[in-house]
Design a protein around this ligand. Structure first.
Ligand code: ACO
Length: 326
């Protein structure tokens, strides 16, 4: 029996940066950003607010939605590429703010696939009886690692968090029904933050050369993303005997609307049944799927019993897809 999402919540920083605002920062235009990506605006953190603060707010909302108290959480997994500190983990910074017990909490580094990787782990923990309630969170403070002089990257990303309380499913046709996940590190160089780890520690030159920011070969990433998301989505549908027509809502990772449309076309899905938040949040990496799920629930697009498909692709490269009953 798989594990199900019992409650979902999100945290969105109040400060909005529109495409028009970006026109004053780099040589770009609202028209270029909208037509090439589907993004209209993104939210960015104010100074003094951390990724772990977003984790805390989203997790509190998810626990309230699930009717689960902090004392009932057994494990917390935070998918993030933008931790508060290299160590300790963002999860450890958030743990006391949430009032969790002395349970295992840790960050999971799988970039945009962090939430789906986390859900898969939570499912295994619950299925083997090692946990009953797992907080699975995707949270990003990407505005802190962007080169605000590079129009190729700074227009794409935003900040935010989404959290899910994952608990036991209520029957065989409930919760996680099928999954596929993988990675290909041989092309890791195509999307990375080169400095700040132990390979390239901070020096005056790494700061001057902006090596502590996102570096991406956009075109290459695009091609890999379409292939991996479509393949993973196809795998989970065939594993479970469902077809694309059975899917009530496709909630993909939101990096670029053109990647999503290509995935939808190739996997035989439909844009009518695809839930998009890219226009309002930009690419929020690990946070994008749970933030979209939270909005889909509050807008009434997602209700108990719906069949949901999610697929993601991110730095690593990592990818994942999941078919789950809401
Ligand atoms: N405004 C105006 N012009 C721009 C901008 C901008 N913001 N950015 C790039 N351009 C220009 C380029 O300089 C280039 O000009 P040139 O032809 O004179 O050299 C032209 O636009 C075309 O550039 P391309 O890179 O070919 O544009 P493309 O259509 O590929 O779109 C994009 C770029 C949006 C980055 C796309 O490749 C993409 O979405 N890639 C995938 C990103 C992604 O999926 N990331 C996922 C993982 S993220 C994670 O894991 C954290």
């Amino acid at each position: 029996m798989g594990a199900r999402i019992m409650g979902i919540g999100s945290a969105v920083p109040p400060k909005v940066l529109t495409n028009k605002d970006l026109e004053a920062i780099v040589d770009t235009s609202d028209e270029w950003i909208r037509s090439r990506t589907g993004i209209a605006q993104r939210h960015v953190l104010e100074d003094g607010v951390d990724c772990s603060d977003l984790v805390t707010e989203a997790a509190q909302k998810a626990m309230a939605a699930a009717g689960v108290t902090p004392e009932e959480i057994d494990v917390m997994i935070v998918g993030t590429a933008t931790p508060d500190t290299v160590f300790p983990s963002t999860a450890c910074w958030a743990q006391p703010k949430l009032g969790l017990r002395r349970i295992p909490v840790f960050d999971l580094s799988a970039a945009c696939s962090g939430f789906l990787y986390g859900y898969q782990l939570a499912d295994s923990l619950i299925e083997t009886g090692k946990a009953k309630h797992v907080l699975v969170i995707g949270a990003e403070a990407l505005s802190r690692v962007l080169n605000w002089q590079d129009r190729n990257t700074c227009v794409l990303f935003g900040d935010g968090a989404g959290a899910a309380v994952v608990g036991p499913a209520e029957g065989d046709d409930d919760g996680l029904l099928a999954h596929s996940w993988g990675a290909d590190g041989s092309v890791a160089r195509l999307l990375q933050q080169p400095a700040g780890g132990t390979r390239m520690p901070a020096t005056e030159s790494t700061v001057a050369d902006r090596m502590h920011t996102v570096h991406m070969a956009g075109n290459e990433v695009f091609k890999h993303a379409v292939k991996a998301m479509q393949r993973a989505a196809g795998e989970v549908l065939s594993q479970n005997g469902h077809t694309a027509d059975d899917v009530d809502l496709f909630v993909p990772h939101q990096a670029n609307v053109r990647i999503i449309k290509a995935t939808v076309d190739r996997a035989g899905l439909s844009m009518d049944k695809t839930y998009l938040v890219l226009d309002r949040y930009g690419n929020v990496s690990a946070a994008s799927i749970p933030m979209a799920l939270a909005d889909a629930v509050s807008e009434g697009r997602l209700k108990r019993g719906d069949l949901v498909l999610s697929a993601s692709f991110g730095a690593g490269f990592t990818w994942a897809a999941m078919l789950y009953r809401w």
